[in-house]
Write a protein that binds this ligand. Structure first.
Ligand code: NDP
Ligand code: OXD
Length: 313
């Protein structure tokens, strides 16, 4: 069995060693820019993050492409360069869901308990207890109730916030009000005091966090975006924070990463910025999951996490 590996964000050696250890029958090779089809054996499986089109070409017997992340927007952008009829398989949690739950819980609690305000006070030496937010009106709304969104919901529930979620298909999750489809989006938004975005980036969700949508949130609402930067209309968000319709935002993802030094988000103290670290791809968990799926496919068994190309996630 031949596996081809590519990830611009990771040193390849530990991935090669890990994959070879759990799949001793496999020959694992790194794909590098400049390699032609003559330089690599035809692959049975590709394990890759943001692969260039050239890597995917010319593998006649390819059985699956494993995306080294949950989001498949980058790989699906390859469009016609993707091998047709070959399953693209996303990482299915693989240790990311609990990291997302930690990140989002922190961002909600930081804002709810006014630690952001206390931090500002502390910088100028002010000792002043502030009026707490009212928990009954502090509804948390989660856009996206998939693998990561449903885990975030479970974590947030522990703190007793009123909780609502929005997805494409209707969900029935305990202790939260679930909304589905575009027709129910406005109802979902109107009392979401904190809006968490954990949607996949597709044609339908690009720029979903625009002025017209964010204006439907109650005054003083707070945005947490841990999905993709292209969900956000950046100048709209900034304007709504400056006009105080929104209280602020915690953003982990941006249209351009790294966020350029001159970007106005850096100058806005009500925007907290992290460098796309909300949920990191964990090597051991990912290798274990991919190996189990390869073994299942080799046995002709079904696997979860196959991307629906028509939906874009
Ligand atoms: P899933 O595919 O499991 O879940 C996606 C959810 O979004 C589903 O509930 C789906 O609805 C809903 N959805 C998709 N399109 C629409 C739409 N048009 N209208 C309403 N709901 C919609 O994805 P994950 O939870 O695993 O991951 C979500 C995203 O998180 C990834 O795509 C990636 O971009 C991002 N991510 C960010 C990371 C970071 O570090 N910042 C790390 C990992 C992922 P339905 O259930 O009905 O299909
Ligand atoms: C992912 C990511 O999609 O790391 O997994 O953003």
């Amino acid at each position: 069995m031949q596996i081809l590996f590519y990830s611009p964000d990771n040193k390849p050696e530990p991935w090669l060693a890990g994959l070879s250890q759990v799949l001793p029958q496999a020959r694992v090779q790194v794909w590098q820019h400049g390699m032609g089809t003559a330089d690599v054996l035809p692959a049975d499986y590709i394990v890759a993050w943001k692969p260039p089109a050239a890597m995917l070409a010319g593998h006649a017997g390819l059985k699956a492409v494993f995306n080294l992340g949950a989001g498949v927007d980058a790989i699906l952008q390859l469009g016609a360069a993707l091998p047709p009829n070959v399953p693209i398989v996303r990482l299915d949690d693989a240790g990311m869901a609990v990291q997302m739950a930690e990140y989002v819980s922190y961002a909600i609690l930081r804002h709810f308990r006014r630690f952001d305000d206390y931090e500002a006070q502390r910088r100028v030496g002010i000792w002043r207890p502030l009026r707490p937010h009212d928990k009954h009106n502090f509804t948390v709304g989660i856009l996206g109730l998939g693998v990561l969104g449903s885990r975030i919901a479970r974590a947030v529930q522990h703190f007793g916030f009123p909780l609502r979620g929005w997805s494409r298909s209707r969900k029935d999750l305990p202790d939260m009000t679930c909304f589905a489809g575009e027709e129910e989006l406005d109802d979902f938004l109107q009392s979401s005091q904190v809006l968490v975005c954990i949607l996949p980036l597709t044609a339908e969700t690009t720029q979903i966090l625009s002025r017209s949508m964010l204006e439907k949130l109650p005054k003083g609402a707070y945005l947490i975006n841990v999905a993709r930067g292209a969900h956000v209309a950046e100048s709209d968000l900034l304007a709504l924070i400056k006009s105080e319709h929104l209280a602020g935002a915690t953003l982990d993802v941006f249209r351009t990463e790294a966020l350029p030094p001159q970007h106005p988000f850096w100058q806005e103290p009500r925007i907290d910025i992290t460098p796309h670290i909300a949920a990191l791809t964990l090597r051991e968990e990912s290798i274990r999951q991919i190996a189990e799926k390869i073994q299942a496919l080799e046995q002709g068994e079904p696997i979860v996490g196959i991307v629906d190309r028509s939906k874009g996630y």
